[in-house]
Design a protein around this ligand. Structure first.
Ligand code: C5P
Length: 294
């Protein structure tokens, strides 16, 4: 075979809604979330060579580990092991664009991209369901990222139901400087009484009706309630700016710290970006990304 390199796009995601509805015996939490892929993506290059199962990983961000703590590396490891492939070596090179530690599933999406790329190139003929099962061994959000699009996720986040595509809109995403540890935020949420929850059924109905305003005003994330006072003030400040600049709705995504607003048009989002950049320099504009075809 020699050496072959394939490129896969790894799209980021936003949580249009995020609810934590219980705790399982294995320590994981039961989730109910509407997830949406966005056009902002990493580029994942996967090089496959004849070899004895060596894996290497590299990114354009010095602080991301190149060990199996890198989810692209871990995905390659899971793939070779689960398929019993012993005569190939893999190197994964990731050009990151999706903000890191932002709640946008960048690492999970890199993992999903590695699984899709290896499946295609090694002709292992895995279905999306097979690939989602492998992805769930990497982390909880990677299963969604195999196909992406618009989905309702439940259980650990790996039980997925496809929803109709989101109506046309534009996201403005701001990544504040602080980052939040996912297990820590789950722990803090366990310690508080959640007073407000997303209207998940209403959100799904709005998606089904193509009602972008109805979707936007139902964007809601219970994790915002578990942030520290300082973090909450930053997130609320960004949401206020987004709404004052014309966003139809705004929310934090995942365990943060990125916050997004939903706009009707690109010019509106660009105007808002100018204003928001005065206080949060790291901003991104993205559109809803449709699901990947099998
Ligand atoms: O599966 P993943 O590696 O993304 O999970 C990271 C951590 O987040 C877990 O170790 C767990 O503490 C927490 N988590 C959880 N319930 C979930 C997903 C993640 O408690 N459904």
């Amino acid at each position: 075979m020699g050496s072959v390199t394939v490129r896969e796009k790894a799209f980021g995601k936003l949580n249009l809604s995020l609810d934590v509805v219980g705790k399982m015996d294995n320590g994981y939490h039961s989730m109910l979330m509407v997830m949406q892929s966005v056009s902002l993506h990493d580029d994942v290059y996967i090089t496959i060579e004849d070899g004895a199962g060596e894996i290497t990983a590299h990114t354009n961000r010095a602080y991301i580990p190149n060990t199996n703590k890198n989810l692209g590396f871990k995905a390659a490891e899971v793939f070779l092991k689960e398929l019993g492939i012993k005569n190939k070596s893999i190197s994964v090179s990731i050009k990151k664009r999706v903000p890191v530690c932002a709640g946008m599933g960048g690492g999970s999406s890199d993992a999903a991209a590695v699984i899709r790329g290896l499946n295609r190139e090694l002709k292992t003929r895995l279905s999306f369901d097979d690939m989602r099962r492998l992805a769930s061994m990497v982390d909880s959000d990677a299963s969604f990222c195999i196909e992406g699009g618009t989905m309702l996720a439940s259980g650990r986040g790996t039980e997925l139901k496809k929803l109709p595509p989101l109506p046309d809109c534009v996201f403005l995403i701001a990544k504040p400087r602080f980052s939040v540890s996912t297990p820590t935020l789950f722990g803090k949420l366990d310690g508080i009484k959640v007073k407000a929850r997303p209207d998940t059924a209403g959100l799904i109905a709005a998606i089904e009706n193509g009602d972008v305003f109805g979707v936007s005003r139902r964007c809601f994330n219970v994790f915002e309630a578990a942030l520290s006072q300082r973090e909450k003030a930053i997130v609320c400040g960004i949401k206020d700016t987004l709404v004052n600049c014309g966003a139809m709705g705004a929310s934090m995504t995942g365990t943060g710290s990125a916050v997004y607003g939903v706009f009707r048009s690109l010019p509106e989002a660009e105007l808002a970006e100018k204003e928001l950049k005065k206080t949060v320099p790291e901003c991104y504009i993205a559109s809803p990304e449709p699901s990947i075809s099998e």
